[in-house]
Design a protein around this ligand. Sequence first.
Ligand SMILES: [Zn+2]
Length: 108
Amino acid sequence: MSSPLQSLSFVAIVALIVIVALGLTACVVFVGGTLAQRAESQRPCPECGAQALRWVTFLRATVLVDGRRAPDSWSLHECEACGVRLKDHRGTWEVPSESDGRHFEAKE
Ligand SMILES: [Zn+2]
């Protein structure tokens, strides 16, 4: 038989586990985000090879794929060594579109 005191301590232990788990998750998210930023700064420029890529912005949009709306996202980068402007679209370097151009101008 469990006394009210025992069930109370059980609730306290469960609450403690939940708090610790949430705290660990927050730490992992924070460390992961910091590592992602470090990885970004260490990516070489595909044009000149310099470690000088500057992250400009991240964009989300709805695009039409085969007539259906689909979410899309990409990030814009600029090399501070050779000045090339790049679009990272799902891990592939592309030339930024005309509409992406205004994001580069806005950051200058
Ligand atoms: Zn470059």
